[in-house]
Design a protein around this ligand. Structure first.
Ligand SMILES: Cc1cc2nc3c(=O)[nH]c(=O)nc-3n(C[C@H](O)[C@H](O)[C@H](O)COP(=O)(O)O)c2cc1C
Length: 209
């Protein structure tokens, strides 16, 4: 992404619905724009959006590794790290993944894809829920890392849809303990959805429900 574009992305305005719980913000360093107020230190969280349109520009392998280092910095129950990441740059393979994912057609036009899999044998107590929670934490870290590096990314749902899981299992010849959980489409962004939160004070319960 050109430096100018990046700067524009960094200065993206926080413009969401008014946030009634402003009293909780105290003296924190905040942005107040178009009625929305957010902590500017968290701007890389708020500007992470699902990006589904990409430039025709390759992503350096070093950036992919940066993203995966961030993914594998995620919390993991009993530090089992029950995750695997299949990096796909080849267009033919990305097209095959896209054909398996009804809402993942953008994978065909992405610069790269990452298929995130869990290893049920490594997960804490071999429990699916721990495996899914650990992998989801890693996926979110990867998405935030991609955004931080100026890339666009989108989480593409796989688990628990059996047809998508079986399709990916066959494509990559996965052993039975390896469970496809999601795919991430990656690329230099060709769209710039505005930063925002979906904060809703009705969903927050202080001290009691
Ligand atoms: C489990 C999960 C599955 C998702 N699957 C898809 C998908 O298949 N295709 C897609 O375009 N977006 C998918 N998304 C992205 C959501 O649509 C998106 O996060 C949501 O609309 C909020 O928008 P935001 O990411 O821009 O904040 C998925 C997100 C999650 C957490």
């Amino acid at each position: 992404m050109a430096e100018g574009d990046r700067r524009e992305r960094e200065e993206v305005h926080f413009s969401r619905s008014p946030r009634p719980a402003l009293r909780h913000l105290g003296s924190r360093d905040t942005y107040l724009m178009k009625g929305g107020r957010m902590n500017s230190k968290l701007s890389l969280i708020f500007s992470r959006r699902s990006v589904r349109k990409y430039q025709e520009k390759a992503i350096p392998d070093e950036m992919v590794t940066d993203i995966l280092e961030a993914a594998m910095a995620a919390p993991s129950a009993v530090k089992r790290d029950p995750w695997h990441f299949i990096v796909v740059k080849k267009e033919e393979t990305r097209k095959q993944i896209a054909s398996l994912l009804p809402h993942g057609k953008m994978m065909a036009r992405a610069a790269a894809g990452i298929v995130v899999c869990g290893d049920i044998e490594k997960a804490h107590d071999q429990l699916e829920s721990y495996m899914l929670q650990d992998c989801s934490a890693a996926i979110e870290n990867a998405l935030i890392a991609a955004n931080t590096l100026g890339l666009g990314a989108c989480w593409l749902g796989v688990h628990p849809r059996k047809d998508r899981m079986e399709g990916l299992r066959n494509l990559f010849k996965l052993s039975p303990n390896i469970i496809p959980i999601s795919a991430i489409a990656l690329g230099f962004p060709r769209e710039n959805p505005e930063a925002r939160t979906r904060y809703n004070p009705d969903l927050v319960h202080w001290e009691a429900w």
